[in-house]
Design a protein around this ligand. Structure first.
Ligand code: BEZ
Length: 255
C-alpha cells in the first residue's frame, strides 16, 4: 500500500491552486466526451474531476487521502468520490479513460498501478496522465538532503516519498503491460510560488513532510530555514521562489 501523506486541504487549495490550473491542460489532452465514463486517479480535492464532468462525462474520483476526499465531496456533491489505493483498486465497471494529474509520483509501485489502470479500462480505452518526471524538484531535494545529512544526521534518500521516472522508464512499463504509448513528453515547468520569501518554506511544510518525520516542530522549522538558505541561490529570484518542476505527460491506449 502507498504511504499516506497527510494533506492540509485548505493549504492545498489556496497555495497550490496551480496544480489544478496546469491540470486543465491535461484535461485538454484527455479530451473528455459526453457520455464517457472516466476515472480520476488521485483526484485530490476534485477540481479536475469537475472540469471533466463539465464536458458531459460521468466521472468517479479516487484518492488515498480521506482529507482530500472529504473536501472533494463538499465542493462537488454531485460527483462520486471515494478513498482508495491506486496500487490495488478494482472497478465494478470498466471505463473509457483513466485520468491522473500530479498524483502518480506518490505511488512507488508503478507496475501495480499500471496493472490496475489496465484492468479498469475497456479495450481501446485511454490512460492520460501527468506527474513528476525524472529530475523533478531535484534542487529542492538536493538542498533538503544536504541539510538533513549535515545538520541532523538523517539519510534523506531513505525518506524520499516520490517516484520520478524518465520518459523511457515509464513508457517501457506501460508497454510491458501491453499499452500502446501514443504520446509522451518530458518538460520543465519552473513554477512561481506565492508568499514571497516564505514560498519554499510553505511548499516544504505542505508537500515534503515525510522528510521531517523524525524531527520536532522546532527542529523541522530550523531545518526548513536552512534548506531555504541552501536553495536560494538557484531557486529564489526577484522576491519569489520558483520550484523546479519537471513534468512527464503520457497517453497510452489499451489494445
Ligand atoms: C509535483 O507535483 O511534482 C510534486 C508535488 C508535491 C511534492 C512533490 C512533487
Amino acid at each position: 500500500m502507498n504511504s499516506i501523506h497527510v494533506w492540509q486541504t485548505e493549504l492545498y487549495d489556496k497555495k497550490m491552486d496551480y496544480v489544478s490550473e496546469f491540470g486543465k491542460d491535461v484535461v485538454e489532452v484527455l479530451s473528455p466526451k459526453k457520455g464517457e465514463r472516466i476515472f480520476d486517479l488521485g483526484c485530490g480535492t476534485g477540481d479536475l474531476a469537475y472540469q471533466i464532468s463539465i464536458a458531459g462525462a460521468t466521472v468517479t474520483g479516487m484518492d488515498l487521502s480521506s482529507q482530500m476526499i472529504d473536501t472533494a465531496k463538499k465542493k462537488y456533491p454531485e460527483i462520486n468520490f471515494y478513498v482508495g489505493d491506486a496500487e490495488s483498486f478494482k472497478l465494478d465497471q470498466q471505463v473509457d479513460a483513466v485520468f491522473s494529474n500530479a498524483a502518480l509520483h506518490w505511488m512507488k509501485e508503478p507496475k501495480l498501478v499500471i496493472k490496475c489502470v489496465w484492468d479498469a479500462l475497456k479495450t481501446g480505452g485511454r490512460f492520460v496522465a501527468e506527474f513528476g518526471g525524472q529530475g523533478n524538484v531535484e534542487k529542492v531535494i538536493k538542498a533538503t538532503s544536504q541539510v538533513l545529512d549535515r545538520d541532523c544526521g538523517i539519510d534523506a534518500s531513505s525518506l524520499n516519498p516520490w517516484y520520478f521516472p524518465s520518459l523511457a522508464q515509464y513508457s517501457t512499463l506501460l508497454e510491458q503491460q501491453g499499452f500502446r504509448v501514443t504520446y509522451a513528453v518530458h518538460f520543465s515547468r519552473p513554477t512561481k510560488m506565492t508568499d514571497g520569501e516564505n514560498g519554499l518554506n510553505i511548499w516544504l511544510m505542505g508537500s515534503a513532510d515525510d522528510f521531517f518525520k523524525g524531527l520536532s516542530i522546532h527542529e523541522k522549522k530550523k531545518a526548513i530555514n536552512k534548506i531555504a538558505a541552501e536553495a536560494s541561490k538557484e531557486l529564489f529570484k526577484d522576491g519569489a521562489w520558483y520550484i523546479d518542476y519537471k513534468r512527464l505527460r503520457v497517453m497510452a491506449i489499451k489494445i
